[in-house]
Design a protein around this ligand. Structure first.
Ligand code: GDP
Ligand code: MG
Length: 404
């Protein structure tokens, strides 16, 4: 199952622009509230240093791509319609959208750092809007959504517990649609200090505290401070970073990234997503306006912030928030190929702590059934089924049912 990353935020903060840049699609961008009435689903890539150079081979990737020694691994991106206050009680199709947001493994919370969006998500004079309040507003909607689902199922949870089920198992079942696991619930219980208190005796305050923690744990969220190219944004970015000092705040210009990727696609520039520079292929191909726009991006975004932030936010979500490791299963451990001779064909993203068995299951249930052990390409050592995979592991799985 590919990892899912959801874009949330108020209307007009730049979610669809971010989505278009990251997926290079053309979803409708507009300054009217509620343009995006349906969620857009697309594929983007998490990018990590490939092992091909270390092993000194030319690879033939199948489930991913290798660009200049960087492995691009597909992840799903969901662009949600703008959320508004009161979404959790159903305002602006809020319930529907919150349900989609809760499908995601991690969230990118896009705010307009330039302050060009008011409380209701309408465009306003830059500097007027309050992105800090917007962060609280929207995340509160998610918490209330979780709270509502839990409170709605209160009697069911109590019944479950009476019949011997644990609280984490019961809550995980109730919130399965929101991808909440029993492990998430256990962590949230610990963090909210409710581990030892009987669920039946929880107060409204306890419910709320638990919902807040559960939201944090099960939907890790990066704050994307977008429109950093607008002058009023740098001050708000500092404020956001101070206010949310325990969170990751990424300065971003979705529009700059979109411009760079389109220019790259048309062959005007050489640019790899996430890089700090681009190179103009042939000056004479550019119109004055295009050259001006590229200069603007260089001066206003890349010079001060090193990157546009789009690719960086995705990578941070995948590798830092979700703590994914990249592993490369092969069939032939000396040639590092699949059955057809493709070198380093596949890269899998697995959460840290995953074992050889988890990888086998991810590849094929049959492979997992007869799993014996794996062999590590670097050392030639046998790795037992419960060996915890490390980032950049290259290995072959040996199984009685099939050899992967
Ligand atoms: N200056 C600037 N404008 C942006 C940026 N990202 C989006 N916008 C503009 O903000 C407006 C709303 O963008 P959109 O992606 O539709 O926002 P959404 O409602 O959150 O999906 C559009 O006019 C975009 O061109 C950015 O990084 N910089
Ligand atoms: Mg949109």
């Amino acid at each position: 199952m590919p990892i899912k990353i959801g874009l949330i935020g108020k209307t007009n903060t730049g979610k669809t622009t971010f989505f278009n840049a990251a997926t290079l699609q053309s979803a409708e961008v507009s300054t009217y509230p509620f343009t995006t009435k349906q969620p857009n689903y697309g594929i983007t890539n998490a990018i990590t240093l490939c092992v091909c150079r270390e092993f000194n081979v030319k690879d033939n990737p199948k489930n991913s791509k290798c660009v200049d020694g960087w492995r691009h691994i597909p992840v799903e991106l969901i662009d949600l319609p703008g959320l508004i206050k009161g979404a959790w009680v159903g305002k602006g199709l809020g319930n529907q959208f919150l349900a989609v947001a809760s499908e995601a493994d991690a969230l990118l919370h896009v705010v307009d750092a330039s302050g060009s969006v008011d409380e209701e998500g309408r465009l306003t004079e830059p500097g007027q809007g309050n992105p800090i309040a917007d962060v609280y507003d929207i995340e509160e909607e998610l918490v209330m959504w979780f709270l509502k689902l839990i409170e709605k199922s209160e009697s069911r949870i109590i019944k479950d517990i009476k019949s011997g089920k644990t609280l984490p198992d019961s809550v995980a079942e109730v919130l399965r649609g929101a991808k909440v696991t029993a492990e998430h619930v256990r962590t949230a219980l610990k963090q909210s200090g409710l581990e030892k208190k009987d669920f039946e005796n929880w107060t409204k305050m306890d419910d709320k505290k638990f919902a807040e923690k559960l939201r944090e744990v099960s939907k890790p969220t990066i704050i994307v401070a977008n429109k950093i190219d607008i002058e009023t944004a740098s001050k708000n970015f500092e404020l956001l970073r101070d206010q949310f000092s325990d969170r990751i705040v990424v300065p971003c210009s979705a529009e700059a990234e979109l411009l760079l990727r389109r220019a790259e696609q048309k062959g005007y520039i050489r640019y790899l997503p996430g890089e700090e520079t681009f190179e103009i292929v042939q000056e004479s191909l550019l119109t004055d306006k295009q050259r001006w726009a590229l200069d603007f991006v260089k001066e206003r975004v890349l010079k001060d912030y090193m990157r546009t932030g789009v690719q960086f936010a995705i990578n941070v979500a995948v590798f830092k928030l979700l703590r994914m490791n990249t592993v490369y299963p092969v069939y032939d451990i000396t040639k590092l190929t699949d059955r057809h001779g493709n070198v380093l064909p596949d890269a899998y993203l697995l959460p840290s702590g995953s074992t050889v068995m988890d990888l086998a299951k991810e590849i094929h249930t049959e492979l997992a059934k007869g799993l014996l052990y794996a062999i590590d390409a670097r050392t030639g050592l046998r790795l037992p089924a419960d060996y915890q995979l490390k980032d950049r592991d290259v290995l072959t799985i040996v199984s009685t049912t099939r050899r992967g």
